[in-house]
Ligand binder design. Structure first.
Ligand SMILES: NC(=O)c1ccc[n+]([C@@H]2O[C@H](COP(=O)([O-])OP(=O)(O)OC[C@H]3O[C@@H](n4cnc5c(N)ncnc54)[C@H](OP(=O)(O)O)[C@@H]3O)[C@@H](O)[C@H]2O)c1
Length: 340
């Protein structure tokens, strides 16, 4: 099979090589998928930059999500058969023509679903389901602030929060993204190129929000804690602030930026800080992944989750796809398709 192998931590055009690789064989509990499209996630950018410590040693095949057709099924797996159209979380190995994964991280994809939908469902929607439904409960009327709101994860969080009857504050960079989330129904659109979200919350929302989905990390968490209402939750999902910044000093700066909180400050206001790392959930709680997969498949069927495919690249345009996401141009999901 062909695979885009990450061979060095460099620029988008200098990091991957398209190579012939052995087709992986299924192990217990696994299925193999003939991949028609794989998705990009921001973690892939961090992995390419050498800033993602969970990334396997180089050379390696990265990639968290695929859609395609079942090709091989382990003897102990039920519910899937060859030729079923599916979407799957791959936990690396996605940038390839064949991928294996645990059957618990796979779900059927309706034949009419457009290209890329399955990729968005498998990672960003599953993450949003875990962060906004399994980890806590969003109540009607709550003020929910979502960073990187126009991205793949942001879109899914917006759709869930609006479905739950929340008031959504979407934070994005730039007019095109602002227009996009306004069309999704976001009530408070904050373009951070023109106003900081902290100023916006202070000026328009009485200085308080109930839930924050934070993907920036560092001092963003400290700022969030300062405007969090009693009973509020901060869900920390990533550290995009580190993107492009190499070296231990930057890591230390980011770490210190998070601030130091006593549990008493959370207890006193009945607040929560919730960490979400889907890689660890996939490793240690495949049963939880399975709950999210089933939930996401149902919400897609019900029209609650409706991923937006922002850009589809072909197999020889991986560098362009990586640059597109790194340059903060991604709106919705970014996918790469394999030629027939
Ligand atoms: N914890 C988990 O398990 C998990 C799972 C999936 C995703 N995530 C995290 O959720 C976030 C969204 O993921 P996604 O795949 O859907 O990507 P995405 O939102 O399509 O792209 C990332 C966005 O983050 C924003 N951003 C903020 N600071 C940035 C910086 N310093 N450099 C580059 N971008 C920055 C940009 O939006 P603006 O220009 O609009 O600010 C950018 O477009 C990422 O941070 C990702 O790591 C975490």
């Amino acid at each position: 099979m062909l695979a885009h192998v990450l061979v060095r931590n460099s620029t988008p055009s200098d990091s991957f090589e398209l190579k012939e690789c052995p087709i992986p064989e299924v192990g217990p509990g696994q299925v193999r998928i003939k991949v028609t499209a794989f998705g990009l996630n921001f973690a892939d950018i961090m992995a390419r930059q050498g800033l993602y410590r969970e990334c396997p040693p180089l050379p390696c095949i990265i990639g968290y999500d695929v859609e395609g057709f079942i090709d091989q099924v382990a003897p102990d797996v039920t519910g899937f058969k060859p030729e079923d159209r599916v979407f799957a979380l791959t936990r690396f190995g996605g940038y390839a023509q064949y991928a294996i994964t645990q059957a618990q991280a796979v779900s059927h994809l309706p034949t009419e679903a457009p290209v890329g939908i399955g990729c968005a469902l498998a990672t960003q929607c599953v993450t949003a389901y875990h962060a906004a439904i399994l980890s806590q409960t969003l109540l009607p009327g709550e003020k929910v602030l979502i960073q990187a709101a126009a991205g793949g994860l942001g879109t899914a969080l917006i759709q869930i929060a609006l479905w739950k009857g929340c008031t959504v504050i979407g934070v994005v960079g730039g007019k095109e993204k602002a227009d996009y989330i306004r069309k999704l129904g976001v009530q408070h659109v904050v373009d951070h190129h023109t106003i900081s979200w902290v100023d916006y919350v202070n000026q328009h929302l009485g200085g308080r929000v109930d839930v924050i989905f934070d993907n920036v990390g560092g001092s963003s968490i400290k700022k969030g804690k300062a405007v969090l209402s009693a009973g509020g939750r901060i869900v920390t999902l990533g550290a995009a602030a580190l993107s492009g910044k190499k070296g231990k000093l930057n890591l230390i700066k980011l770490g210190l930026g998070f601030g130091f909180f006593s549990p008493i400050s959370f207890l006193g206001k009945s607040q929560s800080l919730i960490g979400v790392n889907m890689l660890k959930i996939a490793d240690y709680r495949p049963d939880m992944i399975n709950v999210s997969f089933k939930g996401v498949a149902q919400l897609y069927k019900d029209g609650i989750l409706n991923p937006h495919i922002g850009k589809v690249f072909s197999q020889d345009e991986l560098a362009e796809a990586q640059a597109h996401m790194e340059d903060r141009k991604a709106i919705g999901k970014v996918v790469v398709t394999w030629n027939e």
